[in-house]
Design a protein. Structure first.
Lengths: 161, 407
């Protein structure tokens, strides 16, 4: 399926051995900052699925509205709808599709770590380059989801709306 | 009509034009300065609110870009909000005061320094707006206004004021011309008439009416004054004529008196010299007048003189003149072109006329006769005195002959 894809935003990466993880955490933080669930959360369940290379600092995320972020491994993809956010690492294409099909229409924001083409159906796809961390937005996935993404995030894309 | 020139004194028209120019200049300057100042204040107020609005909108727009740490996107967002909105410069600084990104109006060129100075005058401090995310302030945004719009307003204000001043000059000219027509025109006419009256004695001239009440009143009063002056002048003339008449006429007979005779004699001499033609004078003396006066009274003498005067006048031809020199003496000046024969014939005719008796008031009638002596100019003498002596002598000779014949 040919979902419309936006040009990536540019988040410069710092220095250090864990700069990728730090970038991923900041990017995830920023995405969660602009995500509105149908019911306001005081505790955001962030579930990590698959083999995530840069998820090491996700538990350092704190949201500015005071909500806490609880990071956990998701052992069973069938329970994905109990999460508020999914951080998706590498996983088998079939499992990946099953997972995303399960959360389609649910109030779950999905962030793919290892989907450079952003074709898996995740809402946000992280793009790692040596200097910067980018993300792509799958507008089709965003519009199907029942979480709302602040439209100003869409404008971050150069040449976007 | 020429009036004495007074080049150093300003004319009424110049004074009016000057007063008008100053008045309109003052009005235009007052209105212009007030409007421009008020306009600048209002525009400044609006621009300030606009800057605050731009700051708030930009702050809202760039919030995600700052969170995603994407300064290019932040600058794009600022440009989208601020471009064309009277903003010269936008700066975003983090909470430590470090510059995160800045946007400068793209076409800010050579005039930028000047505009920055003007902007400092208009807005001493830029508008500052915090960029909030949730409850946190993540950055601060400062927006500097662009003085270009107000500069253009000031420029157009000055241009309009100058155009108004141009119109003022034209309006002043028109007004001055109209005022000249309405005020100084009639005044000049009054001055012209006054001059004509003084220099040429044109008492018949009158000033036409004017369209302005005061000037019209002045013209009417001036005309009334002229009426009085004219009447007074006419009275003076007739009085003069009367005096002249009295001075040169014999009241009893209505003939010219001695003074007039002498004047006429001089005039006749002059005329004779110019034309080369002669004239004649005849002296006449009433015979036995004293006896009539003594015997019949002065009334009778007067009647006698009146009748004799009438008979002399009747005997004269056109152009001849008769005078009573005093008492019973008469003189005649016969018009030019006279020969001795003509004068003799005339004397004979006078003698014949005197043969008729004269009726006195008492009912009596008396016989009268004249002794006549004449002299011809220039045959007898070219000198008036000598001429008169000649005639006098001739008259006394005639009287002597008459006495010789009657006594």
């Amino acid at each position: 399926m040919a979902a419309p894809v936006f040009q990536p935003a540019m988040m410069p990466l710092g220095s250090g051995s864990d700069r990728m993880a730090a970038g991923a955490a900041r990017m995830t933080d920023a995405i969660l900052e602009f995500t509105r669930w149908p019911v306001e959360k005081t505790l955001v369940h962030l579930c990590v699925v698959g083999v995530a290379d840069h998820a090491g600092q996700l538990d350092e995320i704190s949201l500015s509205n005071g909500a806490r972020v609880q990071v956990s491994r998701l052992p069973d993809p069938a329970a994905a709808t109990q999460c508020d956010a999914l951080y998706i690492g590498r996983m088998a294409a079939l499992d990946n599709r099953r997972l995303l099909t399960a959360v389609r229409g649910a109030a779950v924001v999905t962030i793919a770590e290892a989907d450079a083409d952003c074709r898996s159906g995740a809402m946000f796809c992280l793009l790692f380059t040596p200097q910067a961390l980018n993300f792509q937005l799958n507008i089709d996935a965003v519009s199907r989801s029942s979480v709302r993404i602040d439209p100003r995030v869409l404008r971050l894309s150069k040449g976007g709306y | 009509m020429t009036r004495p020139a007074a080049p150093l004194m300003p004319t009424l028209r110049h004074i009016l034009a000057r007063v008008h120019t100053r008045l309109i200049l003052f009005a235009v300057l007052m209105a212009g300065v007030t409007l421009i100042a008020a306009g600048v204040l209002i525009m400044r107020d609006y621009a300030e609110r606009n800057l605050a609005l731009v700051a708030r909108t930009a702050s809202y727009t760039i919030e995600p870009a700052l969170l995603f740490d994407d300064m290019a996107a932040a600058q794009d967002g600022i440009a989208m909000v601020a471009n064309g909105q009277g903003v010269r410069l936008v700066e975003v600084r983090d909470n430590q005061g470090r510059l995160m990104t800045r946007w400068i109006r793209p076409d800010a060129g050579a005039m930028a320094r000047l505009e920055a100075t003007a902007e400092k005058l208009l807005w001493p401090s830029p508008v500052t707006e915090p960029v909030r995310h949730g409850r946190d302030i993540i950055a601060r945004l400062t927006v500097h206004g662009d003085a270009g719009a107000i500069g253009r307003y000031l420029l157009s204000g000055v241009v309009i004021a100058l155009a108004c001043l141009g119109l003022t000059v034209i309006a002043t000219q028109i007004l001055a011309r109209r005022l000249q027509k309405d005020v100084t025109g009639p005044l000049a006419q009054i001055a012209d008439v006054a001059h004509a009256v003084r220099v040429d004695r044109r008492f018949d001239m009158r000033v036409p009416g004017a369209d302005i009440a005061e000037v019209d009143q002045l013209a009417r009063d001036f005309n009334a004054l002229l009426d009085e002056l004219q009447q007074w002048h006419a009275g003076l003339l007739s009085e003069n004529r009367q005096l002249e008449h009295q001075a040169t006429r014999d009241p009893l007979t209505g003939l010219g008196n001695r003074a007039m005779f002498e004047r006429q004699l001089a005039a006749s001499v002059e005329a004779a010299e110019q034309t080369g033609q002669g004239f004649a004078i005849i002296y006449a003396d009433v015979n036995r007048f004293k006896q009539v006066n003594d015997g019949h009274g002065h009334d009778a003498g007067d009647v006698m003189l009146i009748v004799i005067a009438a008979r002399l006048r009747a005997a004269l031809r056109n152009g001849d003149l008769a005078f009573r020199l005093g008492g019973d003496e008469f003189a005649l000046i016969l018009a030019s072109d006279t020969t001795r024969e003509v004068v003799e014939a005339l004397a004979a005719r006078i003698d014949t006329g005197m043969e008729q008796p004269i009726m006195l008031p008492s009912g009596q009638s008396i016989q009268s006769s004249l002794s006549l002596g004449w002299a011809l100019y220039p045959q007898d003498s070219a000198d008036p005195r000598d001429l008169l002596r000649h005639a006098d002598a001739a008259m006394y000779a005639a009287k002597g002959r008459r006495h010789a014949t009657t006594d």
